[in-house]
Design a protein around this ligand. Structure first.
Ligand SMILES: Nc1ncnc2c1ncn2[C@@H]1O[C@H](COP(=O)(O)OP(=O)(O)OP(=O)(O)O)[C@@H](O)[C@H]1O
Length: 243
């Protein structure tokens, strides 16, 4: 049984086809990067596979179940969580309470939800900030909180939408370490990112979208040197670590 499989996914917004016939297969425990120029359809892909948008064609299979068109609360319960490119913490709530919101989605039992929130506070490095209102956090910590909230739902598959955009090099490095430690706990990750030097070294596989279509898929180094990918990035060339 495939862990996560997307077959010929198509999503349209009126006359615009944001995802066209996209097929992807993800093995359990991997980190898969999704890259592509602005407007390539990366966020739409996340939105559709997590149930925020209904697909216009194709199928989404998670652990053997067809979850196409299921709403986000269903996909979340099944074990798929996502972050948003634009972070939306509940500003007046504390860091801990924001994480608890995620934990309660998974577990209505207060004791269990609090225990999960504590675990996530520790893992995400937000322990010291637990009582701070979310509104007072830096961008980097807001992104960390967004990730923590998704983690609190105990996902099997976590979709990260540009969690490193706008961070300093040090903050980016911290975020990379956090992603790696989440993956080490057995969580499969799908990571959309513009910062290619960051995504290439941590991904087991990279998928490239352009104009809504998948134009390449493979090992980071092969993808970075693929002529069609280079063309999509208007001649910019990115190299995987070690090349
Ligand atoms: N809710 C929506 N309604 C209408 N059009 C949309 C909607 N969301 C995205 N689009 C359009 O679909 C296309 C793909 O957008 P999407 O945000 O998925 O791309 P992206 O690869 O995530 O881009 P970026 O890197 O800039 O975030 C774009 O042309 C965008 O304008």
């Amino acid at each position: 049984m495939n862990f996560f499989q997307v077959e010929n996914l198509t999503k349209k917004f009126g006359g615009l086809t944001a995802n066209s016939d996209v097929s992807v297969n993800v093995e359990k425990g991997r980190i898969v990067g999704i890259i592509g120029p602005n407007g390539a359809g990366k966020s739409t892909f996340f939105g559709t596979v997590s149930g925020f948008y209904k697909p216009d064609g194709g199928r989404i299979l998670f652990e053997g179940k067809d979850i196409s068109g299921r709403p986000p609360e269903d996909t979340c319960r099944l074990g798929i969580a996502r972050t948003f490119q634009i972070v939306r913490p509940l500003s007046s709530l504390s860091v801990l309470d924001n994480i608890l919101v995620g934990a309660f989605l998974r577990d209505k039992n207060k004791k269990k939800a609090v225990a999960r929130a504590e675990e996530v506070l520790e893992l995400s490095g937000l322990k010291e900030l637990r009582r701070q209102p979310a509104a007072s956090l830096t961008i980097a910590d807001k992104k960390r909180l967004e990730l923590a909230r998704a983690l609190a739902t105990r996902p099997k598959l976590l979709l990260l939408d540009e969690v490193m955009a706008g961070l300093t090099p040090k903050e980016t490095q911290d975020a990379v370490e956090l992603i790696k430690s989440i993956n080490k706990r057995g969580i499969t990750l799908f990571v959309v990112e513009h910062v290619m030097e960051v995504i290439m070294p941590i991904s087991d596989k990279v998928i490239v979208l352009d104009g809504g279509r998948k134009i390449a898929e493979g090992l980071p180094e092969a993808v970075a040197n693929d002529p069609e990918v280079i063309k999509a990035y208007l001649g910019e060339r990115y190299y995987a670590a070690g090349s």
